[in-house]
Design a protein around this ligand. Structure first.
Ligand SMILES: Nc1nc2c(c(=O)[nH]1)N[C@H]1C(S)=C(S)[C@@H](COP(=O)(O)OP(=O)(O)OC[C@H]3O[C@@H](n4cnc5c(=O)[nH]c(N)nc54)[C@H](O)[C@@H]3O)O[C@H]1N2
Ligand SMILES: Nc1nc2c(c(=O)[nH]1)N[C@H]1C(S)=C(S)[C@@H](COP(=O)(O)OP(=O)(O)OC[C@H]3O[C@@H](n4cnc5c(=O)[nH]c(N)nc54)[C@H](O)[C@@H]3O)O[C@H]1N2
Ligand code: SF4
Ligand SMILES: [Mo]
Length: 749
């Protein structure tokens, strides 16, 4: 990829995937590795007893396609992880930190896999190699020098396996803190908070089979063609079975219009499926207004057709209905409709579909979870499902579509800054120590604590904390304040360049790497977005003999750090079955883990909401009263959402195109409504600065190119992470503390 090419602004296509997805995937992988290596890894990708795709958390169907059970972005994820290039010590000797900081995220990724543990000591300009032993000693020394274990922070990103995550949280709690912020804090935390409170489980309730059986599927704030491409295969199947699909999204996302399935001859030859029957181009963060308007209209309609509401379900299974309905009806319907920016006719069409169907699934992504009132968004969705009795039965329920391939598993394994009493009791029972009860830092708290020098050691199990977090410059200063930063990583990224006084990078194996302990091949396990746990093993030789697997990295840090540890870390990592035995004893649903995992399609974890068993304190599904968006926006401001392009996985930039939005060779763009552009005297291709003034602090990014786009007036979109310097640390969702990175007020000049 030559970055010197000029930005090209074209038209978004009317259809996605098809033959082009295949050719682009092949191109991407062959740019990064030889043909035979590519064949070897793809042959096992998402197959039974094969390698779990390191991309998103979309589940695998029971029957796997012979044409390959993966998508274009799965191939890109594999290509990026298993690429031939190596970020070896020579690269670090050649470039100083300052020089590396000047490079793009794309360039950093293209340097290849990390091969050696590296260190940068106080006042040094370059990273240099260090032995594992020395690195572990140094980490242990810094951790043990802290006055209080709460001065250390242990971040996790969602690619980490169940085994590594379990050991990591155990080590951190034995060390003495619950400071376990996780990438979910920036992602589906709002879903977890809303769903635990309302239906008693912080995960979705549906399975793939439910999607195939649904009559109506509502897709809120999600772009599956890019972020969960095989979801389109499931949606295609649902449509074939008669389901209607409604999309609620400020942007027209091409993949939600029309899909040509590249896993079928029909799709390759150009015949596809219309996905959305109704497309509602809502104003950013007015989903609560839409849901309230829909519910009011549904109740109006029910006066003539009472059976469109499930009275029996409401009576037997729920609590709080009367208060909810009273509050709902106190809203002014016309005001709600105006807020959404939608026509009443479109809202009526949605109401008719909801009234006419009994099996409804709501899917959602970051378009709902990253707002100040994100938890309200999801709770209002639950209200709708409860009114319809559309949860706890086949073909109906909640479907928060998770991001990272094992983000749900990491949480299940106990990566939680606010752990449940049940988990802590089990840990205490099984491991003979009293784990800390005090809540730890979430991502935003962790940044504030490092900035205030209340936290002094930062350790990251994967991820790219600096680029993923809000308020990039503030976060960078926070990390640099630390005495020690440690990144357990597969690839070089920007977080490594905002190191503490001492910075360490520990090179980790990834999903595609094959590994043995004492000559015995090992596998790891993961949980997908629908609560199915299955095994995964790699097929490729790791990039160097100095690269270690995550469980072994954790065990060695734990061994070096903990004095008189009651856990035999060497025994645990001598065979990963030993770790799974302990998980089985500690985490609900994992009894007989080593037996159950032998099933090539894995096993389903218990899920009360799926069967209508609501594990809330009152054992009912709870209606809630939810807030509308109430942040101020000045007349000359826009609401900005930060979204993903088709050529990235979070902060990993695969390339500079976003072909489903017609963008080529660039990422510094701002998508704007043409009428807004006219009003501001802006033309396609103009360069602008975006800024805001939250809490009287100016945050700014410049040199963004204006792109006219089909987006509601008053709304703009930019790419994450380029626009993250504009997201204020303090703009967070209530209850979940998730950064509000989908509704940031900005001015444009
Ligand atoms: N290829 C690829 N796959 C990925 C990722 C990746 O970066 N690349 N990331 C992974 C991760 S960690 C995650 S969490 C998921 C993310 O998957 P998505 O949730 O699909 O991610 P986003 O790109 O953030 O897109 C959010 C969508 O929400 C819409 N939206 C924004 N604001 C609002 C709003 O107020 N209301 C409504 N109704 N819609 C809104 C946007 O227009 C956009 O279509 O994908 C995962 N999969
Ligand atoms: N403005 C804005 N900000 C956002 C978002 C947004 O929509 N808008 N989305 C948020 C969301 S949903 C999420 S999930 C976060 C993502 O936040 P993170 O999970 O922290 O970020 P990633 O970009 O996924 O992390 C990529 C890095 O992980 C490392 N890595 C990859 N695979 C492995 C592995 O197998 N093992 C180890 N040890 N390391 C590995 C590599 O070094 C790579 O550079 O970002 C959030 N930030
Ligand atoms: S849908 Fe997600 S998990 Fe499946 S192959 Fe594509 S990126 Fe990988
Ligand atoms: Mo995510």
């Amino acid at each position: 990829m030559k970055t010197s090419k000029e930005l090209k602004i074209g038209n978004p296509p009317k259809s996605v995937a098809g033959f082009k997805a295949i050719t682009i995937s092949i191109q991407q992988i062959l740019q990064r590795m030889p043909f035979l290596k590519a064949l070897k890894v793809l042959n096992k990708l998402n197959q039974k007893n094969g390698t779990d795709c390191p991309g998103c958390a979309w589940p695998d169907p029971k029957h796997r396609s012979k044409l390959g059970e993966f998508c274009e972005n799965g191939i890109k994820a594999i290509a990026e992880e298993a690429m031939e290039a190596k970020a070896s010590p020579e690269i670090f000797a050649k470039y100083s930190i300052k020089q590396l900081q000047e490079q793009s995220d794309y360039w950093l990724g293209q340097q290849g896999r990390l091969t050696h543990p590296m260190i940068i000591r106080p006042n040094e300009t370059h990273y240099s190699p260090i032995s594992w032993d020395e690195a572990n000693k140094l980490i242990s020394k810094e951790l043990n020098a802290l006055e209080n274990p709460n001065e250390a922070i242990f971040y996790t990103s969602g690619r980490t396996s169940n085994e590594a995550a379990f050991l990591y949280q155990l080590f951190v709690r034995m060390y003495g803190t619950n400071n376990l912020p996780d990438c979910s804090n920036m992602c589906h935390e709002s879903s977890g908070a809303a769903l635990s409170k309302t239906v008693g489980i912080g995960k979705g309730s549906v399975t793939l089979n439910d999607l195939y059986k649904a009559e109506l599927i509502l897709i809120f704030g999600q772009n599956p063609a890019t972020n969960h491409p095989r979801m389109l295969v499931a949606l295609e199947k649902a449509k074939k079975n008669g389901a209607k699909i409604v999309t609620i999204n400020p942007l027209i996302e091409a993949g939600l219009l029309h899909f040509k399935n590249p896993q079928t001859i029909k799709g390759i030859s150009g015949i596809g499926t219309e996905i959305s029957d109704l497309y509602l181009q809502i104003q950013i963060n007015e989903d609560v207004a839409l849901l309230k308007a829909v519910l009011i209209k549904l109740f109006e309609k029910a006066t003539l057709q009472p059976d469109i509401i499930d009275q029996d379900f409401i009576q037997q299974k729920t609590a709080g209905f009367d208060e909810f309905k009273k509050d709902l009806l106190s809203n002014n319907l016309q005001e709600l409709i105006v807020r959404t920016g939608l026509s009443e006719k479109d809202i009526d069409a949605l109401v008719d579909l909801i009234a006419d169907h009994k099996k409804i699934i709501t899917c959602w992504g970051m378009g709902l979870t990253q707002h100040v009132n994100a938890v309200d968004n999801i709770q209002e969705i639950v209200n709708l499902l409860l009114v319809k009795g559309s949860i706890g039965k086949e073909g109906a329920g909640t479907c928060p579509v998770r991001g990272h391939s094992n983000v749900q598993g990491d949480r299940t394994m106990g990566i939680a800054e606010r752990p449940s009493k049940k988990l802590l009791d089990k840990i205490s029972e099984n491991f003979g120590f009293t784990p800390p009860k005090e809540h730890g830092y979430s991502v935003v708290d962790a940044i504030a604590a490092m900035h205030q020098k209340k936290a002094k050691v930062f350790i990251a199990m994967g991820g790219n904390f600096l680029s993923a977090a809000p308020d990039t410059h503030f976060t960078s200063a926070a990390l640099s304040n630390c005495n020690l930063t440690v990144h357990i990583s597969t690839k070089l990224n920007r977080s490594h360049l905002a190191h503490g006084k001492t910075g360490i990078i520990l090179p980790s194996m990834g999903r595609t790497d094959v590994f043995e302990v004492n000559g015995k091949p090992q596998f790891i396990t993961v949980e997908n977005s629908m609560g199915v746990v299955h095994s995964s093993k790699g097929t490729l030789q790791p990039p160097s003999k100095f690269v270690e697997s995550e469980p072994i990295i954790v065990a060695n840090i734990a061994k070096a750090t903990l004095k008189n540890s009651k856990v035999d870390w060497d025994f645990l990592v001598s065979d990963y079955n030993n770790i799974r035995d302990l998980i089985g004893k500690t985490i609900a649903g994992f009894d007989n883990y080593n037996e159950k995992i032998k099933n090539p399609i894995g096993f389903e974890l218990p899920n009360g909401a799926r069967v209508g068993d609501f594990n809330t304190p009152n054992k009912k599904a709870n209606f809630t009263i939810n807030k509308l968006r109430n942040e101020e926006k000045l007349a000359d401001e826009f609401i900005m959402m930060t979204i993903r392009s088709h050529d990235q996985f979070n902060t990993t930039i695969y390339g500079l195109n976003d072909r489903y939005r017609g963008i080529y060779n660039g990422r510094m763009v701002v998508f704007m409504n043409a009428q807004d552009m006219l009003k501001k005297g802006l033309k396609k291709g103009n360069k602008v600065t975006l800024f805001n003034n939250y809490n009287h602090k100016k945050r700014e990014v410049s040199n963004f190119t204006v792109v006219p786009y089909n987006i509601p007036k008053g709304c703009v979109a930019t790419y994450f992470p380029e626009a993250n310097p504009l997201v204020p640390l303090e703009l967070i969702a209530h209850t979940s503390y998730t950064p509000s990175s989908k509704s940031v007020c900005v001015k444009i000049i």
